[in-house]
Ligand binder design. Sequence first.
Ligand SMILES: [Zn+2]
Ligand SMILES: [Zn+2]
Length: 284
Amino acid sequence: MDNSTDREKDRKEVTGSDNKDMSVTILGSGTCVPSLKRSSCSVLVETGNAKILIDCGSGTIRRLLECGTEIYDISHILLSHFHPDHTGELVSFLFANKYPDVSKRKIPLSIIGGRGLSNFYAGLKEVFGNWIDLMPCVLNIIELDTKKNDIRLEDAVLKYVPVEHNEESLAYKITGSKGCSVVYSGDTDFCDNLIKISCNADLLICESALPDELKVKGHLTPSAAGEIAAKAKVQKLLLTHFYPECDKVDIKAQCRITYSGELILAEDLMKIYLTTDNRSGLLP
Ligand SMILES: [Zn+2]
Ligand SMILES: [Zn+2]
């Protein structure tokens, strides 16, 4: 058996083949700090027919290409909030959809976010005009109603709750058609809403911006993220949004103070499969 066949066999074993409901690819595990190793925030969630980008910080388009996904295939962009490390490449993403060939996008694109999204997009339009306007009926701007808490995305369900960072900040939970679920915290401080929405999730992608000893308001640390994951009884916790200070300390050890379950530290282009038999596979 040659190496490629071996790899294919391994892939089947870790993905759980037919039981796969969702895949999650970390596109950017970093922050606003320029880094070759860690792009700004972005995650790709693929479930059923939906290819959902969560956040769109700088480096997102390059990382998408590196994991074999075209911008034209993205059906939804969820914005956790409007800080530039989460939205900085949105303009480039929209502009790239117009050239060189507008017919390459065969599906509509929905941009979804919290309070103020329509104004945020209107502001970008004031600066960039038609350069970021897609063909009629292609682009939908969906400002979520905070009086409700869920909408459908193709076969998946999207739930959302406000979290403690900016006025518009939301955490998202995506549940696939087979019942697997992933929660994305966005940027937040310690927050009961995040515990509630993460309850029994298969995977919690949680920000852990700075080590315990450098805690700042509006962000979590490894032990705080671990406490949220433990209280929510998640299957797996994946820490992300690492400032460079995090790469100098033992993040896992800090998280282990509060959390004893499965723990993953994000790296760019890491891919995780969520399957109905509670097995997940991790590919480099
Ligand atoms: Zn932020
Ligand atoms: Zn951030």
